[in-house]
Design a protein around this ligand. Structure first.
Ligand code: TRP
Ligand code: SF4
Length: 407
């Protein structure tokens, strides 16, 4: 739950399927960097998720290269291991255990209806995605999220159904496993322990939700519970569940946070994506970048050099909006509309900006590439921190599902 004025826990992951492009950089990593200053952040490399679609095409060497380069690029972009926990999914094997346990209660119909299941099967026709692992992809993602009791999950538009499914799985898990003997009585005792005034306030909010279905009351009641300092963890979970008429809230329902679609278009004007073949990579060849930008389509109205154009109809302008300062944007806009500049004139400074950005990025990246022991330490520390949180969640989860009694 998001408590006003208090930092939330953020969790997000990326699949190590190859080099990062400018869409990842501006659309995902930059928001991550901003969030690390405000929230408690966990960022991880989803290597098992990469295997769900790449199982037949990766070797140990390519996987290692993709994973390490991804972390290097995060660091070089400003993700700070002092502020955020950086880890690798497969190095926290609790993810696999929670995935397995969640799979017990995840109805097949829910998984078959997740849009990416059919979409990806149709899009990636050359791959056999009729596998248990691919169907279970969003269950593994749910385990990633629920493990850290994350309240905020920054994702792109396409991932929203996965976060919604995570909420449903958490709710179902809580109602299946959160029932305890004497639940009502225990909840009642917990309310008394809050004191007269707080207890009355809790009851008022709960009634507003259960009898009038007011969703704001549910939200307010949840943050109200979080604001009461002397409530034990057990009682808090009990009452979070009691509010919604379920059992204890063992797993916490997350919210998605949609990162704005990257404003960096691909070199054909469409969304930048590796699979469209229109990407500029974060560590690209200067010559390739030069060639790609020079051949980018522009406003089709500018057939000849002295035909005026409209930047609003030109993907090159979208790049200027990301990369250029105000006076340069003014120069572009006026020059385009009056045909006082040609499209190549317009593109040249842009090529310069992108090459500068790359050079600076590479310079920062080089420091991490050359210092493997530092990189290893960042990863080891992050995996250890993540592992400690995961172990805490799992020891509670095992208790509820019944596998905790003989460890
Ligand atoms: N499925 C995500 C993607 O393809 C990656 C991912 C895996 C993820 N687990 C996650 C994202 C948990 C957010 C939270 O982009
Ligand atoms: Fe696009 Fe620039 Fe050409 Fe205008 S001048 S059409 S903004 S490339």
């Amino acid at each position: 739950m998001n408590i006003p004025g208090q930092p939330s826990r953020v969790l997000s992951g990326m699949r190590p399927t190859g080099p990062l492009h400018l869409g990842h950089y501006h659309g995902v990593i930059k928001p991550w960097v901003e969030m690390q200053h405000v929230h408690e952040c966990f960022y991880f490399v989803a290597d098992w998720h990469a295997l769900t679609t790449e199982f037949d095409s990766v070797s140990e060497a390519t996987m290692k290269e993709n994973v390490l380069n991804m972390i290097v690029d995060w660091l070089a972009s400003g993700v700070d291991p002092e502020l955020a926990t950086i880890f690798i999914q497969s190095r926290v094997p609790e993810h696999a255990e929670l995935y397995l346990l969640l799979s017990m209660i995840s109805p097949l119909g829910w998984l078959e209806r997740v849009p990416s299941f059919k979409d990806q099967q149709e899009k990636l026709k050359n791959k056999d995605l009729s596998t248990h692992g691919f169907l279970g992809y969003p269950v593994l993602q749910s385990a990633d999220i629920l493990m850290y009791r994350a309240s905020l999950v920054p994702v792109g538009q396409d991932q929203i159904p996965h976060v919604e499914l995570t909420r449903e799985i958490a709710r179902r898990f809580n109602s299946v496993f959160g029932k305890e003997e004497g639940f009502e009585q225990k909840a009642e005792n917990a309310i008394r322990k809050m004191g007269k005034k707080n207890g009355a306030q809790y009851r008022r909010l709960r009634t507003a939700y259960t009898e009038r279905g007011d969703p704001n009351a549910l939200r307010d009641a949840k943050s109200f519970l979080n604001s009461i300092p002397n409530l034990s963890r057990g009682d808090r979970e009990r009452l979070q569940g009691h509010l919604e008429g379920s059992g204890r809230q063992i797993l916490v329902e997350p919210n998605h946070y949609v990162t704005e679609a990257s404003k960096v278009p691909g070199v054909d004007g469409q969304k930048m994506s590796k699979s469209y073949g229109n990407a500029i990579y974060l560590r690209d060849e200067p010559n390739r970048i030069d060639k790609l930008i020079r051949s980018m389509p522009t406003d089709p109205a500018r057939v000849r050099r002295n035909d005026p154009g409209d930047p609003g109809k030109c993907p090159v302008w979208d790049l200027h909006k990301v990369y250029s300062a105000e006076d340069e944007k003014k120069w572009v806009s006026e020059g385009c509309k009056s045909a006082s500049i040609g499209c190549l004139d317009c593109k040249k400074p842009l090529i310069g900006h992108i090459l500068d950005e790359q050079e600076q990025h590479m310079e920062r990246a080089r420091a991490y590439i050359e210092d493997r022991s530092y990189l290893n330490k960042v990863i080891a520390d992050g995996c250890e921190r993540a592992g400690a949180v995961a172990e805490e969640t799992m020891s509670e989860v095992r208790r509820y599902v019944g596998t905790g009694g003989y460890r």
